[in-house]
Design a protein around this ligand. Structure first.
Ligand code: FE2
Length: 103
């Protein structure tokens, strides 16, 4: 654990999962944003997917292990697809809002 740079984690959490970012800042619910407006929330989702894609890319750039890169590339592409689906949903909502509604 110490050789892998996880000594601090081991001292505080043993082998337990403890979600934190690369700087050691613990995960909190404040990372989750929800406005209640579908377009605003979808753009928040798109931003999260793009940040995940960028993180996978940086991880790919940090290793020369091709097997590890293959798995990371799959995960990176998955984030691209998620982003595209959210973008499509934004367009559907915008289109729906542009039509007059008669009740
Ligand atoms: Fe995703």
């Amino acid at each position: 654990m110490k050789a892998a740079g996880l000594g601090d984690h081991f001292v505080n959490h043993d082998h337990a999962l403890f979600y934190q970012n690369a700087s050691g800042v613990p995960w909190t619910a404040t990372y989750i944003q929800a406005k209640g407006d579908p377009i605003a929330d979808l753009y928040e989702d798109i931003a999260a997917e793009e940040k995940a894609r960028a993180t996978y890319q940086w991880l790919i750039d940090m290793t020369d292990d091709v097997d590890l890169q293959d798995g990371l590339k799959y995960l990176r592409e998955r984030e691209v697809v998620h982003s595209q689906r959210f973008r499509e949903a934004v367009e559907i909502i915008k289109d729906d809002r542009s039509h007059q509604k008669y009740f």
